[in-house]
Design a protein around this ligand. Structure first.
Ligand code: PLP
Length: 370
């Protein structure tokens, strides 16, 4: 038995290197790699992940919010950092910390030009985001004249890249829709290129775009989930290695008799003799209540133990009736041995949500071998 003695999240840097190398093998040599490290590096630790990726050659980083970029700069990261979803209230900080905003509307573009102007900036690097069908954030195709008009009034900013985001790159049933997004972005890029007189970096692919749409690799790709070891499809999952392992330990074992109840609200009632294990991880650690009542499971001695009853704040209870195990034994919640994507699917969610939910209370432990 392994000797994990409390709940920990292991971060395996050798696996991160493997995934980075595998993703790069899908790209032409001149395509740049932007590593998405938002949401604490998909629930791991953004600083640890970014330091390692900076060492092994990531060209760019992206975060969602300004505060996440500041954290990376404070940790000494010097690679360019794109802030995907900034708010005007943070534009002064974006400049102070040399972060690069994604500008997604006329309002936001004007605000940024105004902040850059008052800081007497020249050619400050910015990125222009286009909506090609996700309808989330971004300029529309017919905004390009207004953008150019705005850019022609000032030399305070310089457009380093144009980007758009795919809505369904992992879904083969939406191939037509995705190809339309790719076509539409190319048209926008042509228009802007003609009017700007120079070529910004073009990028549109997320992880599944890398695998499924080589025509959308353009000059750079943005990969998040793939770096962390998940490919949104079994055949790519097999090639990647999960970076995060969430592990815990059996605190106590109980024997329930028929009719005994378990946990809050008596959500589980034993109908036969049932052996249960209590594990020190709960919804405050990121294992939400939707994993309770046999939706989610953990692995003990290579066997699946379903979560029974309601998930508590600091504990879950699992059914170990048919598992040979003892108090103090290791419990795997997810990792290379038990895919976060499978648990998520069984519980009605996706790997992204399970990974990014792991709260700061869980101790992060870096390992760099295997
Ligand atoms: C989160 C995000 C990504 C990364 O997507 P993955 O599916 O994790 O590779 C890329 N681009 C944008 C705009 C994002 O918000």
């Amino acid at each position: 038995m392994s000797k994990t003695s409390e709940t920990i999240l292991e971060i395996n840097l050798a696996h991160l290197t493997h995934n980075f190398t595998y993703l790069k093998s899908k790209l032409d040599a001149k395509v740049k790699v932007l590593a998405v490290v938002k949401a604490s590096g998909y629930g791991s630790d953004a600083t640890i992940i970014a330091r390692h990726l900076e060492k092994i050659g990531a060209d760019y980083f992206a975060v969602a919010y300004t505060s996440e970029g500041i954290q990376l700069r404070d940790a000494g990261i010097t690679t360019p950092i794109l802030v995907l979803h900034p708010q005007p209230i943070n534009f002064q900080k974006i400049i102070d910390y040399q972060l690069e905003p994604s500008l997604y509307s006329t309002r936001v573009l004007k605000e940024f030009v105004s902040t850059a102007t008052s800081n007497e900036k020249k050619h400050y690097p910015v990125h222009i985001k286009f909506n090609t069908g996700l309808n989330r954030i971004g300029f529309n195709e017919n905004d390009s004249n207004a953008i150019i008009a705005q850019l022609n009034t000032t030399d305070t900013i310089k457009v380093v890249s144009l980007l758009s985001h795919l809505a369904a790159s992992e879904d083969p049933d939406e191939r037509e829709f995705t190809l339309n997004q790719i076509r539409s972005f190319k048209q926008i890029a042509d228009q802007i290129h003609t009017k700007l007189g120079y070529t910004p970096i073009l990028h549109q692919s997320n992880t599944s775009g890398i695998f499924n749409y080589p025509e959308a690799h353009l000059n750079m790709v943005r990969t998040g989930i793939g770096l962390y070891g998940y490919g949104n499809e079994a055949k790519y999952d097999k090639q990647l290695k999960p970076v995060m392992s969430l592990k815990s330990v059996i605190s106590q074992i109980h024997d329930l008799q028929p009719g005994d109840s378990l946990g809050y609200n008596r959500a589980f009632i034993a109908d036969t003799a049932t052996k249960t294990a209590t594990i020190p991880i709960g919804h405050a650690d990121g294992i939400g209540r939707h994993y309770g009542n046999k939706k989610g499971y953990v692995t003990i001695n290579n066997k699946r133990a379903y979560i029974i009853g309601n998930v508590c704040m600091d504990m879950i209870m699992v059914d170990i009736t048919n598992i040979d195990c003892n108090e103090g034994d290791e419990v795997i919640i997810f990792g290379p041995e038990s895919s976060a994507a499978d648990i998520a699917e069984h519980s009605g969610t996706i790997s992204y949500e399970l990974l990014t939910a792991i709260s700061p209370r869980v101790q992060r432990v870096v390992i760099d071998n295997k």
